[in-house]
Design a binder for this molecule. Structure first.
Ligand SMILES: [Zn+2]
Length: 246
């Protein structure tokens, strides 16, 4: 194979990979909206670029039910837009810093969902009382404040990434939640799990029977309970938007 031909095939494959990434992000947005994790235009979905150019982030000011492939931009590791004609989410620095701090993570979901935001405002520890919670704790759920787009700085974003540590999720009092995973589908499923866990704990009250750490770890080891199984289901039952994928 001649070098020029190899380059051409590589470019074509890169284009295919990029379209696949953006299409998956659109589907992730639709699932988050269908799962009622959205609050008007707040929150974002972010995925690490497969070729190392930075992070794909949904645009600022659009609801998850509105996002199409043209509403996603590529942001460099220093926060500059390198591809796309719209502004990235104003809180995109969170995704950039989290992905910079975690080689094992390739996707970040941030939402201001109702029950997670309510539970984040309490002083209660997040406990596993259902299958969903078993994917989240242990380790102990962390809470960290984030000022939001008006005042949030890159330094503050780095602080949130440090508080997240090796966890797959974090609660943000006065704000919402973040989940991370090796792929977007699992990050979306974890966001659904965290919202549901917070809702259950708020319904159940303070005095609850929890699932032991030993049982939690046993449940997690079963591959059928991986978050990807939930993602595949959610993707199947969420109506596609042909317009968004055009
Ligand atoms: Zn936010």
């Amino acid at each position: 194979m001649q070098p020029a031909e190899a380059e051409s095939i590589s470019d074509a494959q890169g284009e295919v990979d990029q379209v696949a990434t953006l299409s998956e992000m659109v589907r992730g947005c639709r699932v988050l909206h269908a799962a009622k994790l959205t609050t008007t235009v707040w929150g974002f979905v972010a995925v690490r670029d497969a070729t190392g150019r930075g992070v794909w982030i949904t645009r600022d000011g659009s609801g998850f039910d509105e996002v199409g492939r043209n509403d996603i931009v590529l942001v460099s590791p220093t926060g500059n837009v390198v591809q796309g004609g719209v502004e990235p989410d104003s809180e995109g620095a969170l995704a950039v810093e989290v992905l910079a701090s975690r080689d094992d993570v390739h996707a970040v979901v941030h939402v201001h969902s109702l029950h997670a935001t309510a539970f984040a405002a309490t002083n209660r520890a997040l406990q596993a009382i259902s299958h969903e919670g078993c994917h989240l704790v242990p380790p102990e759920m962390a809470r960290v404040r984030w000022s939001g787009s008006a005042n949030g700085t890159q330094e503050e974003a780095r602080g949130l990434a440090a508080a997240l540590g090796a966890r797959n999720s974090i609660l943000m009092p006065g704000h919402g939640l973040i989940t991370v995973a090796e792929n977007l589908g699992e990050a979306v499923a974890l966001a659904v799990y965290l919202e549901k866990t917070c809702q259950l704990l708020l319904l159940a009250g303070d005095d609850v029977h929890t699932i032991s750490d030993e049982e939690v770890l046993k449940k997690r080891s079963g591959q059928m309970r991986r978050p990807s199984i939930s993602w595949e289901y959610l993707e199947r039952v969420t109506p596609a938007s042909e317009t968004a994928l055009a």
